[in-house]
Design a protein around this ligand. Structure first.
Ligand code: NAD
Length: 474
């Protein structure tokens, strides 16, 4: 029998775990927004203690996911997160305090301030390349700002994802922080909910999907994306020092770092010498006993077969197009191994020079003038980081002024992202918004502008209608 329009319709509404988590957090968010700095700090201290107690578990999960060396896990996953927590705890009270602002003459008699309120219920979507730090780091900022959070780790690092679920269960109230595991199907479902803020770290392609979904609810977004970050080495650079820093920044995490130097623009007369210096550093760092880099416990693997095939394809295609392998080039699909590889004579139109590499392949591109180097970079989407190796202050000034990038480091790679007083994030294709420290706190806060007027007569009332000729003359 067909139901008439007036008869009650019984329907089974299925509540998915993601939906249930979101609804639970929505109820709790008003409670968290009333908390003071001390209460938030208690939560952050619990998190810090868990990190200390679970150091080996974190190292083990990262090793299981892509053979990340324990020392790299300490530095880039655990200590980096601890440093973020410590910095937040030291400054939170001051960041949360309302900030008085001055009063313009036209508003004489009023008082104004900026008050920081949590956005509410936030979503963090994390990538696989630093799967612990890039999940928990934003969570620290979100909690510091007083939010409830759903955290979706990457499905490509399942051991870390499971560990994050355990972390949430052991450290937080399930009405405050929930880890929802899953792939893009789960992410898509989460993105259909009206979150107050979405903090996404991942590729520019998926960043656009996230931004489109956020537009549906006008959710705030922070998009930490990627791209091809260039290093420029001029003829005045100290080549030994440059080689050490480039090799470390590029081959850390097997090149799977958002701010890794993607390619090197090197002033033509010093290219050969730079290659020789890099070769020596690679040998010292990853093959000291001569047994091959694949025997080294200091070098990670490519995260999975799909990314391995992608990188092997980029390498093969570039070689077919005329690129030459100056260092490395060994690959072994049985354990997703690609040796630290430096290439020269790479055609600019090859995919290696068009796509973000995100692996241990480093093309060197010679240039003659700084203007040529700047044009090369500026003809591509804006990068997340820009590296400048020079001893010439004028060259440094020129490149900082003429190249747009999310951040920059001079005579260094990568470590600018570990500076707690600096904003971290991209520009254009490499991201929207900034993270870390105070900038992370602000990303998850609404800076509420408050003006307090005296009760009674004020100069503003002179402007009220009716608009007599006298008012119109003012
Ligand atoms: P990705 O964009 O493929 O995935 C990131 C997250 O998005 C994962 O949790 C994934 O499950 C989810 N996702 C994938 N497809 C989705 C879809 N269609 N809809 C919704 N969610 C989806 O990125 P990745 O491969 O994990 O990470 C590599 C990229 O991240 C690189 O481009 C790198 O430069 C960038 N990255 C940026 C930063 C930064 O801080 N700016 C840091 C690390 C990585």
């Amino acid at each position: 029998m067909a139901a008439s329009a007036a008869s009650p319709v019984s329907a089974t509404v299925s509540i998915t775990p993601a939906r249930a988590a979101f609804e639970r957090l929505r109820v709790q968010a008003p409670v968290l927004r009333r908390e003071d700095a001390a209460a938030r700090i208690v939560r952050l201290r619990r998190l810090a203690a868990w990190l200390t107690a679970n150091r080996v578990a974190i190292q083990t999960a990262l090793y299981a996911d892509f053979r990340k060396p324990a020392a790299e896990t300490d530095l880039t996953e655990i200590w980096s997160t601890q440093a973020e927590i410590k910095h937040v705890i030291a400054h939170l009270k001051q960041w949360m305090a309302p900030k008085r602002v001055g009063t313009p003459l036209s508003l004489f008699g009023t008082r104004s301030w900026v008050q920081y309120e949590p956005k509410g219920v936030c979503l963090i979507i994390a990538p696989w390349n630093y799967p612990f730090y890039l999940a928990v780091g934003p969570l620290v900022s979100a909690l510091a700002a007083g939010n409830c959070c759903v955290l979706k780790p990457s499905e490509l690092t399942p051991h870390v994802a499971t560990l994050l679920r355990r972390l949430a269960a052991e450290v937080f109230d399930p009405a405050e922080v929930v880890v929802v595991e899953g792939d893009k199907t789960v992410a898509t479902e989460l993105l259909s909910f009206p979150f107050d803020h979405i903090f996404f770290t991942g590729s520019p392609e998926v960043g656009k999907i996230v931004m489109r979904a956020a537009a549906e609810h006008l959710s705030g977004v922070t998009l930490e994306l990627g791209g091809k970050s260039p290093a420029v080495v001029d003829a005045t650079a100290n080549l030994r020092d440059t080689a050490e820093k480039l090799v470390w920044g590029k081959f850390l995490n097997a090149g799977q770092t958002c701010v890794a130097p993607d390619y090197v623009l090197v002033q033509e007369p010093v290219q050969e010498a730079l290659v020789r210096e890099m070769e020596a550093v690679i040998r010292r760092s990853y093959n000291p006993a001569g047994a091959g880099v694949d025997a080294s416990e200091s070098f990670a693997r490519i995260v999975n077969r799909q990314h391995f095939n992608r990188l092997a394809g980029l390498l093969e295609e570039a070689q077919t197009a005329g690129a030459s392998v100056a260092i490395g080039g060994e690959i072994d699909s049985s354990h997703c191994f690609i040796a630290p590889t430096v290439l020269t004579q790479v055609p600019p139109e090859s995919r290696l020079m068009q796509e973000e590499i995100f692996g241990p392949l480093l093309p060197l591109v010679p240039f003659h003038t700084l203007a040529e180097a700047a044009d090369f970079i500026n003809s591509r989407p804006k990068p997340l980081a820009q590296y400048i190796f020079t001893r010439n202050a004028e060259n440094q000034r020129y490149l900082l002024q003429n190249v747009s990038a999310g951040g920059a480091a001079v005579n260094e790679t990568i470590v600018h992202l570990g500076h707690s007083e600096l904003p971290f994030g991209g520009v254009g294709n490499s991201g929207v918004g900034k993270a870390h420290g105070h900038y992370g706190f602000l990303a998850f806060s609404n800076e509420k502008a408050v003006l307090k007027q005296r009760v009674g007569r004020t100069s503003i009332k002179l402007l009220y209608p009716p608009y007599t000729p006298k008012v119109q003359k003012m």
